[in-house]
Design a protein. Structure first.
Length: 84
């Protein structure tokens, strides 16, 4: 990647981060606490609590296949609040 393209990418990321509002610093560590893990037919369901900003915890579900050794595609769904 050229320096011009790298600069553009870095500037674009900063603009996006700034548009997201009052967020913790990018350098802040994010933590994940496992709550439960349940095996189902063909997959494992984990319930997690994420600490993303140091003030509010966020519940999350992570579903993974039982029998897989390599990298897999991932789907991230960020739900809406009140349809906004």
């Amino acid at each position: 990647m050229s320096n011009l393209a790298a600069d553009h990418q870095q500037n674009s990321r900063k603009v996006l981060y700034d548009l997201l509002g009052d967020l913790p610093p990018l350098s802040r560590a994010v933590s994940c606490e496992p709550v439960t893990q349940r095996e189902e037919d063909g997959y494992i369901l984990e319930v997690l609590v994420l600490d993303l900003n140091g003030s509010q915890s966020v519940s999350a579900y992570f579903v993974k296949p039982k029998a897989c050794d390599g990298p897999l595609p991932c789907v991230l769904y960020n739900h809406a609040h009140g349809g906004d």
